[in-house]
Design a binder for this molecule. Structure first.
Ligand SMILES: C[S@@+](CC[C@H](N)C(=O)[O-])C[C@H]1O[C@@H](n2cnc3c(N)ncnc32)[C@H](O)[C@@H]1O
Length: 277
């Protein structure tokens, strides 16, 4: 069964999947995705061995629940409860859980189910937190929500549970000591801001600005020199072209659906950068 992402994630890669697949090496050892988000490429490739990482703690709770049997059935129970209780008032009640000091110590299946519920019931599948780190996406105005497809979720559990998928919460550089020659890394960071355009980059309270893009380039360069296959997505900006000028830069067109201003949705140039032909 084909695996599908369990959340709608800003910057999700489903619409450019065919383009991305053209640049995936025909064979590699371990797969690394250090900005995994909804994991569209991970789930498309479904490798036997992978190392995935993201800075978003609650998102990692979902992956952990999908992997480990001891959390998985509790996760489904929690999801059913959210579906049953759904209303505008309930949405805001769940949204505000993170204002409570005990939120940090909630069982991981509760944090994971909340993440999926807010993603499906909130406005446009956005994940956004304010400067204090509190989730602040408004209600999505849906009377009823279907927050999980049980067949797909079971297939995801089966995949994560039966394969060597290593999960870490944290900065993308966590992968560096683990990468070896012949491994494949896909970097899908928050994108560089388009000149003269607002674009969506606030996935967490830590912004991903130019300094972070440079830090990422240094990591790309280091792993490329180590003999790994490295691929990266970003906006087609002057800054990114300049940074990666010694690598292969392929321009593609993407329809971007998530933007805070609906009139700014549309065709956007992106790049896929590789260190190999
Ligand atoms: C463009 S999204 C990835 C989208 C994903 N490929 C998909 O298909 O859904 C970028 C991700 O990077 C994560 N992120 C932001 N800063 C990070 C950092 N310093 N290290 C690791 N992950 C980070 C965000 O939480 C977000 O999930």
């Amino acid at each position: 069964m084909k695996l599908l992402p369990f959340v709608k994630w800003a910057g999700g890669k489903r619409q450019i999947m065919n383009e991305l697949l053209k640049y995936v090496p025909s064979s590699f050892n371990c797969y690394f995705e250090p900005f995994v988000g909804g994991g569209a490429l991970l789930l498309e490739l479904a490798p036997n061995k992978a190392f995935i990482c993201d800075i978003n703690e609650e998102l990692l709770c979902v992956y952990k629940c999908l992997k480990w049997k001891k959390y998985y059935s509790a996760l489904k129970e929690e999801l059913r409860l959210h579906e049953l209780n759904h209303s505008e008032a309930y949405y805001y009640e769940v949204r505000n859980w993170d204002h409570n000091i005990s939120f940090k110590t909630l069982p991981i299946e509760k944090k994971a189910a909340r993440m999926i519920y807010l993603n499906k019931a909130g406005f446009n599948g956005l994940y956004r937190v304010n400067s204090q780190g509190y989730f602040n996406v408004p209600f999505g105005k849906k009377e009823k929500v279907h927050i999980f497809d049980e067949e797909n979720l079971d297939a995801l559990h089966d995949y994560f549970n039966h394969h060597a998928i290593y999960l870490r919460r944290g900065d993308f550089t966590l992968i560096v000591p683990h990468v070896k020659k012949g491994d494949f890394i896909y970097f899908d960071p928050p994108y560089d801001t388009l000149e003269n355009k607002d674009s969506f980059t606030s996935y967490s309270k830590d912004q991903f600005g130019k300094k972070e893009q440079i830090r990422l380039f240094e990591c790309f360069d280091k792993l490329a020199k180590r003999g790994a296959y490295v691929m990266l997505s970003n906006h087609n900006t002057k800054f990114i072209n300049e940074l990666y000028k010694d690598y292969h830069i392929h321009i593609i067109h993407a329809k971007r659906m998530i933007n805070s201003d609906a009139t700014k949705r549309g065709d956007i140039e992106e790049v896929i950068i590789t260190n190999y032909e």
